[in-house]
Unconditional design. Structure first.
Length: 245
């Protein structure tokens, strides 16, 4: 599961990298504020680039919900949905037959730009968070799907079976988010892709040499500690870890 992200760059940086404009200027100040640690289960607002409007950065709620729901029903839906992941992630293996995902996989795919994301490493029953960041650019492009509910958009990050790198780090669940290379970003938002082409993008492994990754503070997993601070992105060394990272 990918349930922890970070987005610390200004909206202008997003607009430059993705050649997209913020759809609602009134939210620029909000999204210009750095979010060092965004927790999926809080169903935060993040910016996505939707397939229907690929030149737009649109505010969306993290946690995909059925379009049959109303906005007023979302709060209760998320409480109930927590049992099965809260809609934070969508398993790409189920994208074409799951009752919810199949409504979006052809026509409502999206890019979720993040400055970083976090995954847990298990060592003797203890969790150690690792951060993953891009080496040579400001953002990583995560692949997602979304729904539109009245005036709101809800989304999930697509996940897949872990590559060797992520199997080493995320060694309990062996999952990872679907990351898009620069070349894949435009393809992901095309309207005419068939199932084989979509699956081809999902299955292609991201170049691990383009990633920086290292352990960070275990405060990331402590709900009573404010981890939305700049220091949460700092490297922390743990003598007990024997990983070659």
């Amino acid at each position: 599961m990918c349930a922890h992200t970070s987005q610390i760059q200004k909206v202008e940086k997003l607009e430059e990298q993705y050649k997209a404009k913020l759809s609602d200027e009134s939210k620029r100040d909000l999204f210009d504020q750095p979010s060092y640690h965004i927790i999926g289960f809080t169903h935060s607002q993040m910016l996505i680039i939707p397939q229907e409007k690929p030149h737009v950065l649109a505010a969306a709620t993290w946690g995909i919900a059925p379009e049959s729901k109303s906005v007023d029903e979302l709060k209760d839906y998320y409480k109930e949905a927590r049992k099965f992941g809260g809609g934070i992630n969508a398993r790409s293996e189920k994208a074409f037959d799951h009752f919810l995902y199949k409504q979006s996989i052809y026509t409502k795919r999206c890019i979720i730009p993040v400055s970083a994301f976090f995954e847990p490493h298990d060592h003797k029953g203890n969790k150690y968070p690792f951060v993953f960041k891009p080496k040579d650019k400001d953002f990583l492009s995560l692949a997602g799907i979304y729904t539109r509910i009245e005036n709101k958009v809800t989304f999930a990050i697509l996940t897949k079976e872990a590559s060797p790198l992520f199997a080493k780090i995320h060694n309990k669940k062996n999952r990872q988010p679907v990351m898009l290379s620069s070349d894949q970003e435009k393809d992901w938002l095309k309207d005419d892709l068939d199932q084989e082409e979509i699956e081809g993008i999902i299955k292609k492994d991201y170049d691990k040499n383009q990633l920086e990754y290292y352990p960070v503070s275990q405060d990331l997993f402590h709900p009573k500690t404010n981890s939305d601070v700049e220091a949460i992105l700092d490297r922390v060394e743990y003598e007990e870890l024997e990983l070659d990272y």
